[in-house]
Design a protein around this ligand. Structure first.
Ligand code: NDP
Length: 327
């Protein structure tokens, strides 16, 4: 495993990390969750991703129990949480990025994760009803209190991230140092175009999510619709509708063919393709089976397969390179 610095910080994060969305305390049982975390850690993964909303707090509880049981050296791993969506309760102030919810959410996550501090704390979405200054000040307070070490954003626009930076700079307090955007072969705009300037100026780190577009970038949706997969879950119908389209499947079929000729699997090709982007600090993997995680962790061995020529071939098949502004 190799480690990247998270943006301009001195913090090192493994090129591949592991997250619990949909799976922990929901799709898979606790024993399997434990096996997956152990496998990831053994292979050098040092970052585990979570959020208050995942399984309405139960994903954090489970991760906390596993961390306690594993008894890994606390200095050897990073654990995250995210605030915004709440833990399922929806009364006023039980969601959002106001000072009250951020403080209460952080305390609840610390308890559920059974840690003294959260390494990376994300604002899960922008909050259009709270002034960014209130959020920035609260995040800074949490850092001063030692409850979180670094704070960042998820799915914020470049403009919102820059506003947070300007506020932090004018107050001489801590601004956001990382963003967690979606990034995969089908979803490229933010990482490849929108954030370009902030990568250069503030040196934003990125912990990217859904490198396989929730499983679309595998060969399993190319034939008869498979059983027991994420995109077959009733509550995720909206995601299936977005992902499983004729156009997307046509591209996946071609990518899969290319992967076969290169003697690697499509998930490995898709993950290695994300890792290749120098603005990606870590690729967060998800898995519902040990075999998937084993396969995905091997993506790093496949990096040399993605030569310039292969990358050009992939680009031709995708035919979706986002356009950069001319000047
Ligand atoms: P992926 O796009 O990689 O999807 C993971 C899913 O794809 C697995 O659970 C599994 O689902 C399937 N899969 C994985 N590997 C394979 C394989 N080798 N062969 C076949 N199927 C495979 O990542 P996620 O969407 O899970 O995102 C990763 C993490 O990012 C999350 O756990 C979470 O921590 C974070 N995240 C953050 C978000 C945010 O808003 N900040 C939003 C979403 C995720 P199945 O077997 O059920 O088909």
């Amino acid at each position: 495993m190799e480690y990247n610095f998270l943006g301009k910080t001195g913090l090192q994060v493994s090129q591949l990390s592991f997250g619990s969305w949909v799976t922990f305390a929901n799709q898979i049982d606790n024993k399997l969750s434990e096996k997956l975390m152990a496998l990831a850690y053994e292979q050098g993964v040092n970052f585990f991703d979570n959020a208050e909303i995942y399984a309405e707090g139960k994903s954090e509880e489970l991760m906390g129990t596993i961390l306690k049981k594993m008894n890994w050296d606390r200095t050897s791993y990073l654990v995250s949480s995210k605030v915004f969506f709440g833990d399922g309760r929806k009364k006023p102030n039980q969601t959002g990025l106001n000072r009250k919810h951020i403080m209460e959410a952080c305390h609840a996550s610390l308890k559920r994760l059974r840690v003294d501090y959260i390494d990376l704390y994300f604002c899960h979405r922008p909050d259009k009803n709270t002034p960014i200054e209130e959020t920035v000040r609260t995040m800074n307070t949490l850092i001063q209190q030692g409850k979180i070490l670094y704070w960042g954003t998820s799915e914020w626009s470049a403009q919102e991230i820059m506003e947070a930076h300007m506020v932090a700079r004018s107050l001489n307090i801590e601004g956001p140092v990382m963003e967690q955007p979606q990034y995969n072969m089908f979803y490229r705009e933010k990482v490849e175009v929108e954030f370009n300037q902030i990568f250069k100026t503030v040196g934003l780190g990125t912990t990217i999510w859904s490198p396989l577009a929730s499983g679309l970038l595998t060969n399993k949706y190319l034939g008869k619709f498979p059983e027991n997969t994420r995109l077959g879950r009733e509550e995720l119908d909206w995601l299936k509708e977005r992902a499983i389209t004729e156009d997307n499947l046509k591209i996946v079929r071609k990518l899969n063919k290319l992967a076969l000729t290169l003697d690697i699997s499509l998930p490995q090709m898709a993950i290695a393709w994300c890792v290749k982007n120098p603005n990606v600090s870590t690729v967060i993997l998800g898995a519902s089976k040990v075999s998937q995680l084993e396969e995905n962790l091997k993506s790093l061995d496949m990096l040399p397969v993605l030569t310039d020529e292969v990358l050009r071939h992939i680009e031709e098949l995708l035919d979706n390179k986002p356009k950069k502004p001319a000047f």
